[in-house]
Design a protein around this ligand. Structure first.
Ligand SMILES: Cc1cc2nc3c(=O)[nH]c(=O)nc-3n(C[C@H](O)[C@H](O)[C@H](O)COP(=O)(O)O)c2cc1C
Length: 417
């Protein structure tokens, strides 16, 4: 996908320099925040400054340092697509804020000089429970797209889940990753298309298909729609919006498939029957991504599904207001260990991950943080984001006295509201 990264950067820097937010009296430019901001202590001496961007991945001290750099590099419409929740973005905020409703209980005098972060998932051992969530069209954030992410996943040895909407085919991504990836399926309402994609992924060596079940209707991505007008490029140059078929030209997994009967790529007609049919079609393990209610989790276990991902799609599929960390305990309780429960949406810190693992999650997927890294510095940015998350997870496990993942237990976390 071609876009003028430099022009976009210049445009945004011009915007920043003209912004009253960055005048001398602002929260971002001075030594502390504006009057009236409620603080734990009277003055923050080192706030994250959006006018003092990191210049290399090494300079980052947490994953948030990448986001303003990505905002400069990525064209406004693409950035808006990534950042957007939907409607009032209540779920988007809850996904972050609800981590504060759970507190860790630090434990002492346990030997945590070595922490083993490895987890076993569906028959394979991974050195870390941090998984790369499927994100579509990664060349819209950096020309190297999914290949850069695969190479970063390889460097840090993370499991990668590849989106149906990938710009690069599953075969090429698997080769760049140097190990099997999981394939995420947007099944559409056409069985033939779903079947063909699954068979292609299986042939490419994917051991698992993760069926996304939470994109069944339309959505109002307000942040995206408000940012589109500030993008001076002509979207039709790349997206060819005339028909779905031309719009899918840059989506590698649709190549060679007859999409003429499709009006969109969603699965508004999908029911449990689809999962039964899928089970008869593939030897791959089946994971459902997008479960939020304990009733659906039980139905999934009853249907013999291999694992679920508790996810609200990073607050991009609904605006119920409920975070995944809030939904997790009732789901874990209902599932009663019958299958692994993974989780995503809003995870940014090692402590976030530890809370979920203590509450019974088997692994955690992250989305936007690695996209910030990708947009900011390509592969090196993704590598550093993943490294920061690993380092924070390691330290958080030490704080609760857990030398391995199996030592993370419910008693290490308490609900406060
Ligand atoms: C830009 C973007 C594109 C996404 N594309 C897909 C996709 O193609 N398939 C899918 O199942 N989930 C997709 N997701 C959702 C992620 O897999 C994941 O559930 C979510 O990003 C996790 O929340 P987080 O971004 O707060 O970490 C996308 C998310 C973002 C931000």
């Amino acid at each position: 996908m071609s876009f003028d990264q430099e022009a976009s950067r210049r445009q945004f820097l011009k915007f920043l320099s003209a912004s009253p937010l960055l005048s001398g009296s602002s929260a971002f430019a001075g030594d502390g925040p504006s009057a009236g901001v409620k603080l734990p202590d009277p003055i923050i001496w080192a706030p994250l400054r959006t006018d003092a961007l990191i210049k290399s991945p090494k300079e980052a001290i947490n994953v948030f340092d990448f986001e303003p750099v990505a905002r400069v590099n990525i064209p406004p419409a693409h950035f808006g697509y990534m950042a957007s929740g939907i409607d009032d973005e209540v779920t988007l905020r809850s996904n972050r804020e609800d981590f504060l409703r759970f507190q860790l209980r630090p434990r002492r005098l346990v030997d945590v000089s070595k922490v083993d972060m490895s987890v076993e998932l569906l028959g394979t051992t991974y050195p870390t429970p941090i998984i790369i969530a499927p994100v579509g069209g990664q060349q819209s954030f950096h020309p190297d797209g999914e290949i850069a992410v695969a190479k970063a996943a390889r460097a840090g040895n993370h499991l990668q889940i590849l989106s149906t909407s990938t710009n690069t085919g599953v075969e090429e991504v698997t080769a760049a990753r140097g190990a099997p990836v999981w394939y995420q399926l947007y099944a559409t309402n056409s069985w033939d298309i779903a079947k063909a994609m699954v068979q292609r992924a299986e042939k490419a060596g994917c051991p698992v298909v993760a069926v996304t079940v939470d994109r069944s209707g339309g959505r109002n991505q307000e942040t995206l729609f408000r940012l589109i007008p500030s993008d001076t490029r002509d979207c039709n140059t790349c997206h060819e919006r005339g028909t779905l078929a031309t719009n899918l030209k840059r989506r590698a997994m649709y190549q060679g498939l007859d999409v003429s009967g499709l009006r969109n790529t969603q699965s508004s007609a999908m029911t449990w029957d689809f999962l039964k049919r899928l089970r008869d079609t593939t030897k791959m393990k089946i994971v459902i991504k997008g479960i939020l209610a304990h009733e659906d989790a039980v139905l999934a276990a009853d249907a013999g599904i291999d694992a679920i991902i508790v996810s609200n799609h990073g607050a991009r599929s609904e605006d119920s207001g409920r975070s995944t960390i809030d939904a997790l305990p009732e789901i874990v309780e209902a599932v009663r260990g019958r299958m692994p429960v993974l989780i995503d949406s809003g995870f940014r810190r090692g402590t976030d991950i530890v809370k979920a693992l203590c509450m019974g999650a088997s692994a955690v997927c992250i989305g936007r943080p690695y996209v910030w890294g990708l947009g900011a510095f390509g592969q090196a940015g993704v590598e550093r984001v993943l490294e920061l998350m690993r380092v924070e997870l390691y330290a958080a496990m030490q704080q609760v006295g857990a030398p391995s993942i199996k030592h993370l237990v419910p008693g290490m976390v308490r609900r406060v509201t």
